[in-house]
Ligand binder design. Structure first.
Ligand code: FES
Length: 130
Protein backbone atom coordinates (compact mmCIF):
# COMPACT_ATOMS: atom_id res chain seq x y z
CA UNK A 1 0.00 0.00 0.00
CA UNK A 2 1.27 3.45 -0.75
CA UNK A 3 1.40 5.74 2.24
CA UNK A 4 -1.41 8.20 1.36
CA UNK A 5 -3.82 5.37 0.65
CA UNK A 6 -2.83 3.49 3.76
CA UNK A 7 -3.42 6.61 5.84
CA UNK A 8 -6.80 7.07 4.17
CA UNK A 9 -7.79 3.51 5.08
CA UNK A 10 -6.40 3.77 8.61
CA UNK A 11 -8.28 7.01 9.16
CA UNK A 12 -11.57 5.31 8.33
CA UNK A 13 -10.64 2.39 10.60
CA UNK A 14 -9.69 4.59 13.54
CA UNK A 15 -12.49 7.12 13.04
CA UNK A 16 -15.23 5.16 11.30
CA UNK A 17 -17.96 7.27 9.76
CA UNK A 18 -21.55 6.19 10.34
CA UNK A 19 -20.72 3.63 12.99
CA UNK A 20 -23.77 2.86 15.10
CA UNK A 21 -27.42 2.03 14.63
CA UNK A 22 -30.55 3.84 13.42
CA UNK A 23 -33.70 4.30 15.49
CA UNK A 24 -36.05 3.21 12.71
CA UNK A 25 -34.12 1.41 10.00
CA UNK A 26 -35.97 0.26 6.90
CA UNK A 27 -33.29 -2.29 6.06
CA UNK A 28 -31.17 -4.26 8.51
CA UNK A 29 -28.71 -6.81 7.24
CA UNK A 30 -25.82 -8.63 8.85
CA UNK A 31 -23.36 -10.87 7.09
CA UNK A 32 -20.19 -12.64 8.06
CA UNK A 33 -17.00 -13.31 6.21
CA UNK A 34 -16.83 -17.12 6.08
CA UNK A 35 -13.05 -16.97 5.90
CA UNK A 36 -12.60 -15.38 9.34
CA UNK A 37 -16.05 -15.17 10.95
CA UNK A 38 -15.98 -11.38 11.19
CA UNK A 39 -19.32 -9.64 10.75
CA UNK A 40 -20.70 -6.42 9.35
CA UNK A 41 -24.22 -5.17 9.96
CA UNK A 42 -25.65 -2.39 7.81
CA UNK A 43 -28.78 -0.41 8.50
CA UNK A 44 -30.48 1.88 6.01
CA UNK A 45 -33.16 4.50 6.32
CA UNK A 46 -35.06 5.05 3.10
CA UNK A 47 -37.22 7.82 1.77
CA UNK A 48 -38.99 6.61 -1.34
CA UNK A 49 -36.33 4.85 -3.35
CA UNK A 50 -33.45 6.79 -1.86
CA UNK A 51 -31.11 6.12 1.06
CA UNK A 52 -31.29 9.05 3.43
CA UNK A 53 -29.16 7.53 6.19
CA UNK A 54 -26.87 4.58 6.70
CA UNK A 55 -25.08 3.09 9.70
CA UNK A 56 -22.92 0.09 10.32
CA UNK A 57 -21.66 -1.98 13.22
CA UNK A 58 -19.37 -4.94 13.15
CA UNK A 59 -16.27 -6.71 14.18
CA UNK A 60 -13.54 -7.01 11.63
CA UNK A 61 -10.13 -6.13 10.35
CA UNK A 62 -8.84 -2.75 9.25
CA UNK A 63 -9.93 -3.31 5.66
CA UNK A 64 -13.47 -4.48 6.43
CA UNK A 65 -14.18 -1.69 8.91
CA UNK A 66 -12.67 0.98 6.66
CA UNK A 67 -14.66 -0.43 3.73
CA UNK A 68 -17.90 -0.29 5.76
CA UNK A 69 -17.15 3.29 6.79
CA UNK A 70 -16.46 4.35 3.19
CA UNK A 71 -19.42 2.44 1.75
CA UNK A 72 -21.94 3.93 4.18
CA UNK A 73 -20.60 7.38 3.30
CA UNK A 74 -20.82 6.68 -0.41
CA UNK A 75 -24.40 5.38 -0.45
CA UNK A 76 -26.09 8.19 1.46
CA UNK A 77 -28.36 10.11 -0.88
CA UNK A 78 -28.15 7.47 -3.58
CA UNK A 79 -31.14 5.81 -5.25
CA UNK A 80 -31.67 2.09 -4.67
CA UNK A 81 -31.12 1.56 -8.39
CA UNK A 82 -27.64 3.08 -8.08
CA UNK A 83 -26.89 0.83 -5.11
CA UNK A 84 -27.97 -2.22 -7.06
CA UNK A 85 -25.64 -1.21 -9.87
CA UNK A 86 -22.60 -0.91 -7.59
CA UNK A 87 -19.91 -3.35 -8.65
CA UNK A 88 -17.12 -4.99 -6.71
CA UNK A 89 -14.71 -2.66 -8.48
CA UNK A 90 -16.73 0.37 -7.33
CA UNK A 91 -16.52 -0.78 -3.71
CA UNK A 92 -12.82 -1.65 -3.91
CA UNK A 93 -12.10 1.68 -5.61
CA UNK A 94 -13.38 3.44 -2.48
CA UNK A 95 -10.56 1.78 -0.54
CA UNK A 96 -8.08 2.71 -3.20
CA UNK A 97 -5.56 0.05 -2.26
CA UNK A 98 -4.60 -3.11 -4.10
CA UNK A 99 -5.80 -6.18 -2.18
CA UNK A 100 -4.87 -9.84 -2.36
CA UNK A 101 -7.50 -12.56 -2.74
CA UNK A 102 -8.13 -12.98 1.00
CA UNK A 103 -8.26 -9.24 1.65
CA UNK A 104 -10.65 -8.74 -1.25
CA UNK A 105 -13.20 -10.74 0.77
CA UNK A 106 -12.63 -8.32 3.66
CA UNK A 107 -12.98 -5.32 1.37
CA UNK A 108 -16.19 -6.64 -0.18
CA UNK A 109 -17.90 -7.77 3.03
CA UNK A 110 -19.78 -4.46 3.45
CA UNK A 111 -20.92 -4.48 -0.20
CA UNK A 112 -22.09 -8.09 0.09
CA UNK A 113 -24.02 -7.13 3.22
CA UNK A 114 -25.61 -4.20 1.41
CA UNK A 115 -26.49 -6.37 -1.60
CA UNK A 116 -28.15 -8.95 0.64
CA UNK A 117 -30.07 -6.17 2.37
CA UNK A 118 -31.26 -4.87 -1.00
CA UNK A 119 -32.63 -8.32 -1.79
CA UNK A 120 -35.00 -7.90 1.15
CA UNK A 121 -36.44 -4.80 -0.48
CA UNK A 122 -36.91 -6.58 -3.79
CA UNK A 123 -38.72 -9.44 -2.03
CA UNK A 124 -40.89 -6.94 -0.19
CA UNK A 125 -41.69 -5.01 -3.38
CA UNK A 126 -42.54 -8.21 -5.24
CA UNK A 127 -44.90 -9.27 -2.51
CA UNK A 128 -46.62 -5.90 -2.65
CA UNK A 129 -47.22 -6.30 -6.36
CA UNK A 130 -48.82 -9.72 -5.98
FE1 FES B 1 -12.13 -10.79 8.92
FE2 FES B 1 -10.97 -9.11 7.28
S1 FES B 1 -10.01 -10.64 8.50
S2 FES B 1 -13.08 -9.33 7.62
Amino acid sequence: MTTPYREHVLDHYRNPRNRGTLDYPDVVQELDNPVCGDTVRIELRLEGDRVIDARFTGRGCVISIAAASMLTEAIKGKALKELREMTDDDALALLGVPLGAVRVKCGLLPLRTLQKGLEQIKTHDTRRLE
